[in-house]
Design a protein around this ligand. Structure first.
Ligand SMILES: [Fe+2]
Length: 161
């Protein structure tokens, strides 16, 4: 049954872009787990907890993105190999410096933000308000989160310099 009021075929571009967003989110999620585990030094307690908050948030959003793809009658990618192939975000290795971790997360956010804007643009073309509303909310969240990380990073750089 088509309960959407838009032909299924019209969702192809939005679904593809959402799958790209899903792939990027999965790699971003794993980067946050990596940094949660491996952070050390004077900012350990702050960043260990903050990275956990961010990956908990990412986990919820990953599920919502996948279920939105199903809602618009398409299939979310589910294999790690596919995510790694489709993602523009790279897997982080071992990073020694906490400032560098925050910088990598901010760079990951930039990719996600660009990805989300593209989803919104494509959803706008077919008047898919459900996707626009959902991803618009995610966009505002990640922009705010980026501001906070940037505020932390700027303070840190000032202390160092
Ligand atoms: Fe933990």
């Amino acid at each position: 049954m088509n309960y959407l009021g838009i032909e299924r075929e019209k969702f192809a571009d939005v679904s593809n872009q959402l799958n790209k967003l899903l792939a990027n989110y999965q790699v971003y999620y794993q980067n946050l787990r990596n940094f949660h585990w491996n952070v050390n030094g004077e900012n350990f307690f702050d960043l260990h907890e903050h990275f956990e908050n961010l990956y908990d948030d990412a986990r919820t959003k990953i599920d919502e993105i996948a279920e939105r793809i199903l809602t618009i009658r398409n299939r979310p990618d589910s294999k790690m190999a596919t995510y790694l192939r489709n993602a523009q975000i790279n897997e982080a290795g071992i990073v020694e410096e906490d400032g560098e971790m925050v910088q990598i997360i901010l760079d990951n956010h930039r990719v996600l933000i660009r990805n989300m804007r593209k989803v919104i643009e494509l959803a706008g073309e077919i008047k898919d308000e459900g996707t626009i509303d959902m991803i618009g909310g995610f966009l505002a969240d990640i922009e705010k989160s980026s501001w906070m990380l940037d505020a932390w990073r700027v303070r840190k750089l000032e202390v160092v310099s």
